[in-house]
Design a protein around this ligand. Sequence first.
Ligand SMILES: [Cu+2]
Length: 137
Amino acid sequence: MPLRATFLATAALAAGALAGCGDTDPVPVDGRTLEVELDEYRIIPENARAAAGRLRIVATNVGRSTHNLKVVRLNEEDREAPATELGGTGTAQPGETATFTFENLKAGEYRMVCTITNHDDLGQYGKLVVEGGKEGR
Ligand SMILES: [Cu+2]
């Protein structure tokens, strides 16, 4: 694992431990790649912030179950309405890394979720805030 990824994962774990399972500060995406770890039953980091535009998702399954990472948009007018899936990785077996690239992600708030069986209900979801303008580094 590259050093930067290790650092990000460690920082995310530390932030999660301090804040518990509630809303944590979003972890800014460095560049155009969002690296996440999938575990039972969580997404690490659970909250991420990225710049609008191209975004590559690199999801590594560090758990013992199969997982994936989908990005969905909630219906702002009707929170009860079904969410729209914008895209996401295929299924990653334990130890595997799955990737997916959004060519042009618009600014907004999205939900990150594992759609395998009931993992969403078990807490495997998070938030992705996409910002327009020059937020990206
Ligand atoms: Cu899962």
